[in-house]
Design a protein around this ligand. Structure first.
Ligand SMILES: *Cc1c(COP(=O)(O)O)cnc(C)c1O
Length: 457
């Protein structure tokens, strides 16, 4: 049977775009465990959360039952500026690899923030604005989330305070300037502007910071400033909900051409892009309507799914946030300083953690030199300079395509290309100079970190 000709890039018509977000929790038999109050170890109530988070977002966070959330018109209008994102057939990569596999990638780097994070940033800023707030606070590591949130806040006229991990603040001055161009104020974390920052600096003078520290500072700043709330760009259930727009668009585009993927691959840091990409596919799996292999790819230097434990842990270093049950390396875990590939958060989204625990998803880890080899190979044939984070998925997609070459199977592989790597040239430089190496934490290092997990029964 002749295959329909598949365009290089599949774009949806405006009328075909998703009008709702899909909440995969509604179809999960075992729901993700609730967030716990760190003092009482009881599930957090909406009221307790309201000091830190926006009301509508709390509702979404706690809602395990509503399957579909209509996307507000204002957010649909914003999405139209940069969505649909293209689903690209990687014909050139297939040719280069001489594989019978068919490879597709969903490219989320077509906006100034350079990543998928804008999909949730605009949603979170919208609900903050609707609540009549003055502004929001957040942390950023590599800088994509801070950039996305700055863009969303300037669009809606909200103030935006970003705590940026110090090492990144110093290494990525241009990221910082993009945020400032969009009107955000950017503080290197840990800083002397918060009590928790002062405490961390007193205990660890000269620290270059971590996401966990920056989260603690941003939460404190939100609580300290009237009219502010804290927002987070990954991990949380609400973020996976907003990012389902990636998976919904992918599914509509594939269905339009009668394509059924065999393997769906995504990189996993806090789990938001992967959670969003796989949501509608996992939904079918959970309802027994279809089957797919789903593969999470994480760095060997920060391997929360593949080497972490499934337990309640703190989301931040300062222990001010609720406890989440997730695959975690321990809230104190900081990847080795030579780790350049992003995806450095110690824990994984509770939704993805539960799906992984229940066997709906596989996970692998890859060392960073292999990730950059894959990035280079991809850039040279597909034309896009990928983010190091995204390149974890590229690496696994190439490996799967090479397996098809050995077996002669014509599998269809879909992966998430979450963003571009223009601000990661220091990492690329290290790789190009042959100065990049791999550090993989030892079992003893991880065991020491697990010892500090909170004891919850
Ligand atoms: C933040 C980011 C990621 C990782 O975050 P997830 O929440 O795991 O999706 C991956 N790729 C890019 C480009 C990012 O900016």
């Amino acid at each position: 049977m002749a295959e329909k000709t598949i365009p290089y890039k599949i774009y949806l018509e405006e009328s075909e775009m998703p009008k709702y977000w899909y909440n995969v929790r509604a179809d999960m038999k075992t729901k993700p465990a609730p967030l716990l109050n760190p003092a009482t170890h009881k599930p957090m109530t909406a009221e307790e959360l309201s000091a830190v988070f926006c009301d509508e977002l709390i509702k979404q966070e706690l809602d395990n039952d509503t399957r579909e959330y209509p996307i507000p018109q204002e957010i649909l209008d914003f999405y139209k500026m940069y969505r649909p994102s293209p689903l690209v057939r990687a014909y050139c990569l297939e040719e280069k690899l001489q594989t019978p596999a068919k490879i597709y990638y969903k490219f989320e780097g077509n906006n100034t923030s350079g990543s998928h994070k804008l999909n949730s940033a605009i949603a979170q800023a919208y609900y903050a604005k609707k609540q009549g707030l003055r502004g929001v606070t957040t942390e950023t590591g590599a800088g994509q989330w801070g950039t996305a949130l700055s863009m969303a806040c300037s669009y809606l006229g909200l103030d935006c305070k970003v705590y940026m991990v110090k090492v990144s603040y110093e290494q990525k001055p241009f990221r910082r300037e993009v945020m400032r161009t969009y009107g955000a104020s950017v503080t290197a974390s840990p800083s002397m502007t918060t009590e928790v920052g002062k405490k961390i600096l007193a205990e660890h003078p000269g620290t270059t910071g971590s996401l966990g520290c920056a989260i603690s500072e941003a939460v404190e700043a939100a609580v300290a400033h009237p009219g502010y709330r804290y927002v987070l760009g990954s991990v949380l259930n609400q973020v996976v909900l907003h990012q389902s727009v990636i998976g919904l668009e992918t599914k509509i585009a594939l269905d339009k051409y009668g394509i059924k993927p065999d393997i769906i691959i995504g990189c996993a840091g806090g789990g938001s892009n992967l959670g969003g990409l796989i949501s509608p596919f996992v939904g079918e799996k959970l309802r027994g309507e279809a089957d797919y292999r789903i593969l999470a790819v994480e760095p060997a230097s920060c391997p929360s799914l593949t080497r972490g434990v499934f337990a309640y842990d703190f989301c931040d270093t300062g222990m001010v946030c609720p406890l989440a049950k997730m695959y975690t390396l321990g809230a104190d875990f900081i990847p080795a300083p030579n780790h350049a590939g992003g995806l450095r958060y110690h824990g994984m989204s509770p939704v993805l953690s539960q799906l992984y625990h229940d066997g709906y998803m596989e996970a692998i880890s890859v060392p960073q030199t292999r990730v950059f080899e894959a990035a280079q190979k991809f850039a040279r044939v597909e034309g896009i300079l990928p983010a190091p984070e995204s390149s974890h998925a590229i690496c696994a997609a190439i490996d799967e395509a090479m397996k098809c070459k050995e077996t002669g199977e014509e599998k269809t592989i879909v992966f998430g290309l979450t963003g571009t790597g223009y601000f990661d040239m220091v990492a690329y430089e290290k790789f190009n100079d042959g100065k990049m190496d791999d550090y993989i934490p030892t079992d003893a290092e991880l065991a020491a970190s697990f010892e500090k997990l909170p004891k919850i029964d």
